[in-house]
Design a protein around this ligand. Structure first.
Ligand code: ZN
Length: 298
């Protein structure tokens, strides 16, 4: 009798533990910027794991066994797609994950990377679609729909969170455009390490020139570097920017050789840590525009 009571009590307890663990939807996002979108839409309903964290480079990431564990437990995995994360399909498979895989750039018009001589491996689609706020809004709607699909009970929450966040992104977009408008058009030209700002260029009209292609997996060739040095001199490009995910040495050298100023650090493919200036997507875009403006208007 007593044993049965104890067993019954244990069963209730086990049920309660299972229920509290299941209360949150386990979600994986491949990198920090996408993770921030998921956090804003998922709110308290999701337990989020981000594979490539702050200041990490998603192009050349090497997944760890703990990443496979996170994927095995996840209900849904959000990826950027457009070949940013060349490692994700294999990882999902190796993990035996049954998670729904949602490509957050679905519906975005991809832009083709600028071709450059002797760099055939770098041709192809530019994955950095988040660098336009209009695209970020498409990411957010895809995240919203992906969460509703695996957690229909949360629909009202996800819809409200997405609506609130989309309104913030509308304000951000207006702000970015207004700030760029204050830079004289002929000064809207800078150098960065890798070609991560194609969507920013298309949306806001700032030209970014990069010795490295749209991925960080191949080094810039000597020929490309020489061409950029000539271009900086010819076009009197005022500033060179470092990136939070890239080795600064090449850009330092280009700055030394040309006399271009180091304008600061741009956040291209990853957020900063909590204490940094780009801990969220909105802060990242604000920071980047502030740096551009400071270097190009003085
Ligand atoms: Zn990149």
């Amino acid at each position: 009798m007593r044993l049965r009571t104890i067993l019954a009590a244990l069963a209730v307890l086990a049920g309660a533990i299972a229920a509290s663990a299941q209360e949150k939807v386990l979600v994986v996002a491949t990198f920090s910027i996408l993770g921030d979108f998921v956090k804003n839409v998922g709110g308290d309903r999701v337990a989020l794991e981000v594979l490539v964290g702050p200041n990490g480079d998603a192009h050349v990431y090497s997944p760890s066994p703990s990443d496979a564990k996170k994927l095995a437990a996840a209900k849904v995995v959000f990826t950027n797609g457009l070949r940013l994360e060349g490692w994700i399909d294999r990882l999902v498979k190796a993990a035996g994950s049954r998670a729904a895989v949602v490509t957050a750039t679905k519906g975005i018009a991809p832009i083709e990377a600028a071709e450059r001589s002797g760099h055939k491996a770098e041709h192809g689609t530019d994955p950095h679609a988040w660098q336009s706020v209009a695209n970020a809004k498409i990411y957010v709607t895809n995240v919203r729909d992906g969460l509703i699909a695996v957690d229909p009970a949360g629909r009202a929450t996800y819809e409200k969170n997405a609506r609130d966040y989309l309104a913030q992104l509308d304000a951000l977009e207006a702000e970015v455009k207004a700030e760029v408008a204050r830079i004289e058009p002929e000064r809207r030209r800078i150098i960065t390490s890798h070609d991560a700002f194609g969507y920013f260029r298309a949306a806001y009209g700032v030209q970014f020139i990069a010795p490295q292609g749209v991925s960080t997996d191949a080094e810039a060739s000597a020929k490309d570097v020489a061409a950029i040095i000539r271009q900086i001199r010819r076009q009197r490009i005022p500033a060179v920017f470092l990136e939070n995910i890239s080795d600064p040495r090449l850009l330092q050298r280009i700055a030394d050789e040309t006399g271009a100023r180091i304008g600061g650090t741009l956040y291209s493919d990853a957020l900063s840590d909590e204490k940094g200036p780009a801990a969220s997507y909105i802060d990242m875009m604000r920071h980047n525009v502030k740096e551009l403006k400071a270097a190009l208007t003085s």
